[in-house]
Design a protein around this ligand. Structure first.
Ligand code: CA
Length: 265
């Protein structure tokens, strides 16, 4: 399946640095977003280490290892990212406390695999309606699931940045891994929370739906919307669209621009 893809990242209007990183490799069906945390630029280091580990471990593709093989491969890649961050912290005490979220989208034929740790998200738009594919590993989401906090109140809760799982915070990390069937015309969105805490889901959905397969324009519209809503956080979006069969020229064009996207600035 041919894929269009684009990644776009912006530091927003408040933060001095961009601690997000991302990966766009349509040729390998590999996409990721990481949202680093930790003072003194350590967040940038953690997110970059995670993205590099994903590239090193997964850009050779899943090699037809079957469903179990892909699941195991994603988990190994995330453990390796965690290991590299922990090792860097051991060697450089100034990085103590750094960590990162990570969401990976891996496309194999018509299958989409999603693996995530933390509160970076994956959404899928199909036939004009958007579905959240991930469940945040965050304090407010735990409280919502327990019925202690309403989803409406969670959106403005001051604790909404508290993640309950991240890379770099322990000897091992447990990701959630899931899979979907990917259809021509679908649009996959991976994003850092700087998008979904600034822009409500219905507005994200309508930007995806009205943008169609013009991923470049849609990515700009989403980042602009986050900034217009206050831009309180770094914002990163990766958009992936399986090209229709009569659309192969467009796929080639945007694949080449997608491949040149760097893992964060
Ligand atoms: Ca963030």
């Amino acid at each position: 399946m041919k894929l269009h893809a684009i990644g776009r990242s912006d530091k927003g209007r408040i933060r001095p640095h961009n601690e997000d990183a991302h990966l766009v490799e349509p040729g390998h069906g590999l996409f990721a977003v990481a949202d680093g945390m930790g003072g003194h630029a350590a967040g940038e280091v953690a997110s970059r280490l995670a993205i590099e580990a994903v590239r090193d471990m997964l850009s050779t593709g899943a090699d037809g290892g079957g469903d179990e093989g892909v699941d195991a491969l994603l988990r190994r890649a995330i453990q390796e990212a965690n290991r590299r961050i922990a090792e860097t912290i051991r060697n450089k005490p100034e990085y103590y406390g750094m960590g990162t979220t990570l969401v990976i989208g891996l496309v194999e034929q018509d299958r989409l695999w999603i693996a995530h740790v933390g509160d970076s998200r994956a959404y899928l738009l199909r036939d004009g309606s958007m579905k959240l594919l991930t469940s945040d590993h965050s304090l407010v989401n735990e409280l919502v699931r327990l019925g202690i906090l309403s989803r409406e109140k969670a959106a403005s809760d001051p604790r909404r940045n508290v993640v309950t799982r991240a890379l770099g915070s322990g000897a091992s990390v447990v990701p959630d891994v899931s899979q979907e069937v990917l259809l021509p015309g679908d649009v996959l969105l991976l994003c850092s929370d700087g998008l979904n805490t600034m822009v409500p889901d219905p507005a994200i959905e309508s930007a995806l739906a009205s943008g169609g397969q013009d991923l470049e324009a849609t990515s700009a519209a989403l980042v602009d919307a986050a900034n217009e809503a206050g831009g309180e956080d770094n914002v990163t979006v990766v958009l992936v669209g399986p090209a229709a069969q009569d659309d192969e020229a467009a796929a080639r064009e945007s694949s080449s621009s997608g491949s040149s996207a760097t893992p964060g600035p």
